[in-house]
Design a protein around this ligand. Sequence first.
Ligand code: CU
Length: 136
Amino acid sequence: MKRFLLALIFVSGSALGQVSVDKPWARATAPGAKVAAGYMVLQNKGAAADRLVGASSPAAARVELHVHLHEGGVMKMREVPGYDVPAGGSFELKPGGAHLMFMDIKRPFKEGEKVPVKLKFEKAGEVSAEFHVGRL
Ligand SMILES: [Cu+2]
C-alpha cells in the first residue's frame, strides 16, 4: 500500500510540469493603441522539454505568440504556433525578439497596472501569471 501511494505522488508531481514564469511584464500603451506587447522568461526545471502553445487574457480579445524577423533589412513580426522551452533550460521573450502580442486590448495598459495572463503549456498545462505594466 505504501509503495502504491508513493507511486501516485510521483506521477501527479511529474504531470504538473516544472515550468515557471520569471519577470512577466508588458509595455504601457499609447492612447488609442489596439495592441500591446508582453515579455517574460520561461524556466523549465523539469527533465523533459515543454512548449508554450497558447495564451489568453481578460484584457485583450486574444493573445498571440509573436517573433521578430529581419526580412530584407525590415523588422517584421510574425505569429508562431509555440515556443520551445528546453529541459533544464529557459526561453526568453524580450523586446526585439519573441513576445506575447495582446490583440484588440480593451483599454490602454497603464504603467503600474497588472495584467492577468493564462499561459498554456503542452505538458505543464495552464500556468497563470501577472504581467506588470512598465514604461511606454
Ligand atoms: Cu507582435
